[in-house]
Design a protein around this ligand. Structure first.
Ligand SMILES: [Zn+2]
Length: 281
């Protein structure tokens, strides 16, 4: 089918089980934008049942209806591009299970093609905002963020090494939300950033990523003195001493001095300006 070959080349789809017919491209409006909907069909003869693994001999597994998915593809030309894929459904005579045809173009139960995911990741390595990336790849900002988080998790090894000296800190990001970061206090290297600084997020993170053995290695943790998570430290890091970071002590002294100064000044406040100069002096 010449149309299928050409379409697959244009869309960078290698799966030959996806076929396209003539006039398969339609222009329409979707989510308020002009876009291209490309109709395709996915079908093949399964080798076996994916549930009971019985070999598909003499139609043990047979075609049984279709399911249509709208899959976001990388933009082709000027407009957001979607693949309206009619997927073959199968049924197994042996176990009675039903399942849908699979394709490497998209993960099961997902509506964003793997190419779009790759594009998001590729763009995330450059200095671009999530908003820009989401506009260029025709997904929502939250989807772009989720894709990045998912990939980040995949590359995050569990039970990795923790340094002897850690430093906990927090910083503001979008809409003033506070994020949590922990740093190798000696090397100054950021080890990880968590989206929230609440005790539960921090506790879950350290318990799921590091064994008690590696947490026991930590000898000191430098924290901001107002941090609510200080109470968590003894349970998570049984051998760690808590150090209040010098910057925050100086900041506290400075604030306290100022507050005291203002209290005294106010106490000496009289209606006569000349009197005030004398008392303060
Ligand atoms: Zn079966």
């Amino acid at each position: 089918m010449p149309t299928s070959n050409d379409m697959r080349k244009i869309l960078d789809i290698q799966d030959k089980n996806i076929v396209f017919e003539d006039n398969c491209v339609e222009y329409t409006r979707f989510k308020g934008r002009k876009c291209k909907m490309i109709k395709g069909r996915l079908t093949y003869i399964p080798q076996e049942c994916i549930k009971c693994q019985i070999p598909n001999e003499q139609y043990t597994v047979y075609a049984n209806g279709t399911q249509i998915s709208r899959i976001t593809l990388p933009m082709s030309g000027m407009h957001p591009t979607y693949l309206v894929l009619k997927k073959q459904r199968f049924k197994c005579k042996n176990c009675g299970a039903s399942f849908t045809a699979k394709t490497p173009v998209v993960k099961e139960n997902c509506f964003i093609s793997n190419y779009v995911k790759a594009q998001i990741l590729d763009k995330s390595s450059t200095a671009q905002s999530i908003k820009d990336i989401s506009v260029q790849t025709c997904v929502s900002s939250s989807t772009a963020q989720r894709m990045m988080n998912e990939q980040a998790k995949r590359y995050q090894s569990t039970d990795t090494w923790l340094p002897k000296h850690l430093s906990f800190d927090e910083f503001k990001y979008a809409k003033g939300t506070l994020a949590f970061e922990y740093i190798d206090a000696k090397e100054g290297k950021i080890l990880d950033i968590l989206p929230s600084r609440d005790s539960r997020t921090i506790k879950n993170h350290f318990i799921s990523c590091y064994s008690l053995k590696s947490r026991s290695i930590v000898e000191t943790i430098t924290v901001d003195m107002n941090a609510g998570y200080v109470n968590l430290i003894p349970t998570l890091f049984p051998n760690a001493k808590i150090i209040i970071d010098r910057f925050h002590i100086v900041q506290l002294i400075n604030r306290s001095l100022n507050r005291t100064r203002i209290t005294i000044m106010n106490r000496l406040h009289t209606s006569d300006g000349e009197d005030m100069k004398k008392t303060v002096g």
